[in-house]
Design a protein around this ligand. Structure first.
Ligand code: CA
Length: 228
């Protein structure tokens, strides 16, 4: 799951980014509204956390652009104001929730999780599987043949993406945009290294290899053809 935080107070932004990263999310953070607006309109995110009061393009303006262009991504507003008018304005513009500063991180995390669950619809799956590989999405755990496999948050995110799109070849650029944050340097072989590590944990000890390299295109997870 990938989130964008737009927060001009540097310390608050860094604090949120760190906390959410530790909770297993991929997080982009920007301190100004202009960049936030650009990222929100052009990149893929599962949820946005927008500060209302930004010196250039404010949170409301970003939300307005999003909704006008038909983007339904959930938005959680952070507001220093506790005025009913502001809250009503935010909700009318299509915000999904808001939090008044100062807030406790645990509350923000709970609201983020609730919004993500809600946006995934009532039939949110609790687990995913390919052959004997299983992902427990709530507990961020993976196992093969019933045996627990220990993964880092990044490895789990990578595996989840592959499993969600089983049978589909995912180009490196798509993997980068969904599993890495915006500071990712596309000139490096970080993705290949991460896939190699993941293979070491997921496939090396098993006869059935699930992670497949499609030369010149990218990576895919699938049950291999018996004929090949
Ligand atoms: Ca602010």
């Amino acid at each position: 799951m990938k989130l964008l935080i737009v927060e001009d107070e540097v310390k608050t932004g860094e604090y949120l980014k760190q906390g959410l990263s530790e909770a297993g999310f991929i997080v982009d953070l920007t301190h100004n509204g202009l960049d936030g607006h650009h990222l929100a309109m052009t990149e893929y995110y599962d949820l946005l956390i927008l500060d209302v009061m930004l010196p250039d393009v404010d949170g409301w303006r970003i939300l307005k652009s999003l909704r006008e262009s038909g983007k339904a991504v959930p938005v959680l507003f952070l507001t220093a104001r506790d005025s009913v008018d502001d809250r009503v304005k935010g909700l009318e513009l299509g915000a999904d929730d808001y939090l008044v500063k100062p807030f406790v991180f645990a509350e923000l995390l709970a609201r983020v999780r609730t919004l993500l669950r809600r946006s995934a619809g009532p039939a949110t799956e609790l687990s995913l599987s390919v052959a004997d590989l299983e992902l427990d999405l709530a507990r961020h755990r993976a196992s093969r043949d019933g045996k627990r496999i220990h993964l880092t948050a990044k490895e789990f995110a990578l595996l989840e993406l592959l499993v969600r799109r089983q049978g589909e070849v995912l180009p490196r650029s798509l993997i980068a945009s969904q599993v890495w944050d915006m500071n990712f340097d596309s000139d490096t072989n970080v993705i290949d290294v991460a896939i190699r590590r993941l293979r070491g944990k997921i496939d090396d000890n098993f006869t059935l290899k699930l992670i497949q390299t499609v030369r010149g295109m990218g990576y895919m997870i699938d049950i291999p053809d018996e004929s090949t």
